[in-house]
Design a protein around this ligand. Structure first.
Ligand code: HPA
Length: 233
């Protein structure tokens, strides 16, 4: 049954879904890495595709930018389409000086300035964390392929253009990098008893001001996709 944002039937979507923020990236992933692809969604241009990767069914769905958008799509996938695993594949700005353009970051935990968790009325602070199973698989693949990666705490921020730069406060608590979607993803997974993981590629060094070139983006994106797709197997 279709939902307000995903025009598909239950069986149209695989148990594991890769989610880039950009729907055109979802199309690129489907075109480049999957066989026998079927497009199951185009509502709001937020494309979703299902196909085969090395004989296993995998879906790819754009999440849009920010926790509210990721919140909607991941909730609908988990709750209405019986999706079990979501792997976010995105870009991030590096706080840590040990992270450089093209490095991978696995979000073991997600800190946030987002209000998303307030809906649960938890009498304290919940720590949104990755599925250990997915994280362990992704880390061992990155190690095997000798990609440069770090695993740790990331920041999911609601604000891209910040009036006041608080990055030094997050950095001194060991936060590796900033993105904008993972809090909603990890919290939905926790609430619904599902598995989630975020894999990020550093596209901006916030500590040096350096930004990825188009070529660097492409190579590191391919490395990240390989890890995500192999993790999904
Ligand atoms: N901030 C938030 N999200 C991002 C950034 C950033 O600097 N770079 C890539 N995604």
């Amino acid at each position: 049954m279709a939902t307000p944002h995903i025009g598909a039937e239950k069986g149209d979507i695989a148990k594991t879904v890769l989610m880039p923020g950009d729907p055109l990236r979802a199309k690129f992933i489907a075109d480049t890495f999957l066989e026998d692809v079927v497009q199951y969604n185009s509502i709001r241009g937020m494309y979703g595709f299902t196909g085969d990767y090395k004989g296993k069914r995998v879906s790819v769905q754009g999440s849009g930018m920010g926790a509210p958008s990721m919140g909607i799509y991941s909730y609908e996938l988990f709750n209405f389409f019986d999706v079990e695993n979501i792997i976010r594949v995105g870009t991030a700005g590096a706080f840590s000086e040990e992270l450089h353009i093209g490095d991978l970051v696995m979000g073991q935990g997600v800190s946030s300035n987002s209000n998303y968790a307030s809906q649960y009325e938890i009498p304290g602070i919940i720590a949104p964390i990755a599925s250990y199973e997915l994280l362990e698989r992704a880390v061992s693949l990155a190690r095997e392929k000798e990609y440069s990666y770090k695993v740790g705490n990331i920041l999911c921020s609601d604000i891209f253009y910040e009036d006041i730069d608080f990055s030094h406060k997050w950095k001194k608590m060991g936060i590796l990098a900033v993105e904008m979607e993972s809090a909603a993803l990890y919290l939905n997974a926790a609430r619904l008893g599902k598995k989630a993981l975020t894999i990020l590629t550093i596209s901006d060094e916030l500590h040096s001001g350096k930004k990825a070139t188009a070529e660097e983006r492409q190579t590191s994106f391919t490395n990240m996709m390989e890890i995500a797709l192999e993790t999904a197997l």
